[in-house]
Design a protein around this ligand. Sequence first.
Ligand code: UD1
Ligand code: UDP
Length: 390
Amino acid sequence: MPATHLPRRGDRIRAALVLGTRPEAIKLAPVLRAMSASPLFEPMVISTGQHREMLDQMLQRLRMDSSRDLAVMRDRQRLSGLTARLISGLGEAVRDDRPDVVVVQGDTTTAMTGALAAFYEGVPVAHVEAGLRTGVIGNPFPEELNRRLVAPMVRWHFAPTEGSAANLRAEGVPAGDIQVTGNTVIDNLLWVLERGEGRSAFATSRRRVLVTLHRRENQGGTMHGIAEALGELAGRPDVEIVLPLHKSPAVREALLPVLDGLPHVRLVEPLDYFDFAATLAACDLVLTDSGGVQEEAPTLGKPVLVLRTTTERPEAVDAGVALLVGTEPADVIGAAHRLLDDRAAYERMATAVNPFGDGRAAERVVNRLALDLAGAGRSTESGEGDLAVA
Ligand code: UD1
Ligand code: UDP
């Protein structure tokens, strides 16, 4: 591994937060807030622009300024072209900015190439939300591969749960390089709800079902089948569905022909994070293939039907608040009817649990980086140890 450049004692730690998609902005916002509040850090945001409208919406609403925007998004971008534009732009950005640490988050292609660009430039990498695994290389696609590629390049693995830390140890990552922090998404969810600025997108007092769908491996026929199941669900006399549509044309092509114009189905543009959090807080049931939503719903005690065949977030299923129902229309509709008709089954799932953290994950990330990069005794707070997450 090339030599890394540690900041001189007394210098501020130049931390480059690399992000490009909606969930990365949401999950790195608390890290940016914590670094901005610390005299030890000089944070900068390198935006790849892997997403456009959905990213800009979050950056503006969460007041995150980027120092660079690589503007890589293309309509219907293919993974190879996206990866090529990202590695080229990020390589130059890291070379020009010379940060002391590059922080990447999660499993996107922005995160994978951000780590690779930093590795090539000899800058140490911190990975927020490290260690999640489904064990199936092609699912989710390409995120499981992205996460596995990132791991060997990382100096600090910030694992959200004990389970994700165990995954990393099983792959040979030294225990001392791993810290269990909780997930920063919970920090942001609690922060946003506390401000109380969001508005729910539900319009009636029917049973409120919130749906999000976007995964590449679900696009096409699978997503079309799920749409038909949602149409059938909306046929119930007691249900209202809110579905914020992802900007991806492939998602819209699968959903709109089936769902557009159906009564009691509200197809809305992507909600800003304040409104999404309020909508989640107001709902009765969540159907989703999203990673982040699987983490947020348990905190609010909202039962989740996970519309996927695998999950790298088994903690919510283990806690009893999520069910991995797969993508077969009959399974989706069957599970939804059961929860809406069987009060006891619903109540068993509608229990608020916190398997993904206590809202202080970013503080732990920033403390650890301060300790290791600026020297012992210079942490932003008490230098607390690992978070024990049940
Ligand atoms: C990406 C991530 C996925 C993450 C998801 C969060 C990869 C390979 N995929 O998936 O891990 O879960 O973001 O939402 O990193 N588009 C717009 N405007 C936008 C955003 C997207 O028009 O603001 C359209 C473009 O046509 C773009 C397409 O959506 O080509 C797909 O975007 P892309 O980032 O490649 O994949 P996602 O499915 O959004
Ligand atoms: N989200 C949002 N507005 C929406 C839909 C989702 O703010 O209309 C938030 C949601 O709260 C979660 C994140 O976006 O924090 C999840 O993003 P997405 O599902 O696109 O990606 P994933 O988490 O699957 O990578």
